[in-house]
Design a protein around this ligand. Sequence first.
Ligand code: GLC
Ligand code: CA
Length: 561
Amino acid sequence: MTPYPTAVGSNTTATIARYGLTESSLRLLGKLFKSGRIRPAAPRRTMDAKPKGPRWWHGATLYQIYVRSWRDTNSDGYGDLPGVIAGLDYLQWLGVDAIWLSPTMPSPDEDWGYDVSDYLGVHPDLGTLADMDKLIAEARQRGIKIVLDLVPNHTSSAHAWFTDARSGRESAHRGYYVWADPVKREGEAGGGPPNNWRDAIGEPAWTMDDASGQYYLHNYLPSQPDLNWWDPRVHEEFRDIIRFWFDRGVAGYRIDVAHGLYKDALLRDNPPLIGGGRLDGGFGLRPVYSSHRPDTHGVYRDWRKIADGYSPQRLLLGETWMGDLGVLASYYGQNDELDLAFNLPFVFAEFNSGALAGVVDETLAKLPAGASPVWTASNHDISRFPTRWGGGDERKARLALLVLATLPGTTTFYYGDEIAMTDVAVPRELRRDRMSPGVGTEGRDAERTPMQWDASPSAGFTAEGVTPWLPLGDNAHRNVAAQRDDPRSTLCLVRDLLSGTDETFFQTVSARGSYTAAELLWGHKFTNIFLPPTADGIVRIDLRLIDGTEPAILPEIAPKS
Ligand code: GLC
Ligand code: CA
């Protein structure tokens, strides 16, 4: 085990070179060390600058591709797997270590792939199993790994398991889902749902199956029935599914609704949500009995054994929707459950140094030693950060990108982050997200619009004249092609941040000029001020506090004088 870096100071440069850490990571560590949060004897947290060894995600950059919006190669208006293959050279140039693909399995698309009808296939809109194999191989040649999205909390109602389960109470797969008899409550004429749980759009989480006279549970849409993890056969099915893709070379899974699998065996009512925010519940209820149940941890201990049995180890990255960082950290177990758990409190923190640094500090303090945090700022469910945090001010987006790229641990970018793509106002009649009522009146289409490759009328996303499945944003003004040609662009900043080791980044920057006045965000953790490139060719990034009240001044590449 590499010793924990205890000293931050005169030999910072050497430490950066030795540990591959960034200046800012080091200073954050130094601060934590001084505060006593981290003991000198503790093994250092996983902050390798670049993925190494079997736990390749430590220090790695994951890049989320919403496949339908990445690149369309057969002119049907939807991005596809051959389109992902076509973008691999770009992602290699950018310095990405792994791609997380939004759902790729067959689905009726009531929730755009998060309603799976066959876990062992590829959605015909996106391509074939052969395309997937080709993608894995082509990515591997470029040093890039492929991570799939796995949906174990629920299936599509079109899945053969549910079709069979619905065929009668005695059917073979009945027990794969959560069924309950109507419950007669005082003052009610007939029976009603067994409890007060609500689904993702705020409706009762129970739908009556007329044929059998029982309700089935759906925490999302009625077309997404929840699986019953109390049935051992469901465990068996998923063991087979995860091995199936691991055996094909898939490097890991992003696990959808990872906190949701088990439900209270007694189906007790959820208590009212008093206080708390978006991460703590919804529709007036705290989902105490319908999520974060203790038994769910056993599933990940089981899967972790399977994942660790592969070489290199396969990644288990959970969508852990939770405001309490202690609960979030519990999904890492004793480093024997999930490898990474998404940090939603960071995503929803205010964009200022105090709020973000608070989440970072608390996360690092709560994770088990040796575990890697994972940082992200945008995804397919949440407004893009250049809009949400930056209000469209590109300088703020650049600062956020700098922050993301220099935090210790694993970073996840959402496609388009690197060009500071903003949300797109999608007119109501063009919206495609059916789950909108539960996630805000605007729905989630705004952050799912096609990648902006170039300034052409089709944005380089699809063929000229083809209507993309969602409208294009401001690709005339913001696109990959233009930013790639401009060394002062946000894209080139991200590329510098991600390419090679951090040391190379600093050298690259000093060769080209310098990033000046990268300030503000959790700058209050650091006291250093900007240093011009020194004789050793190292440029230090200034993360000095402007106390959070002044506007952010953002990194720019100054022309070499
Ligand atoms: C997760 C996904 C989201 C989906 C939901 C139901 O939150 O990220 O897009 O709608 O699960 O599967
Ligand atoms: Ca297509």
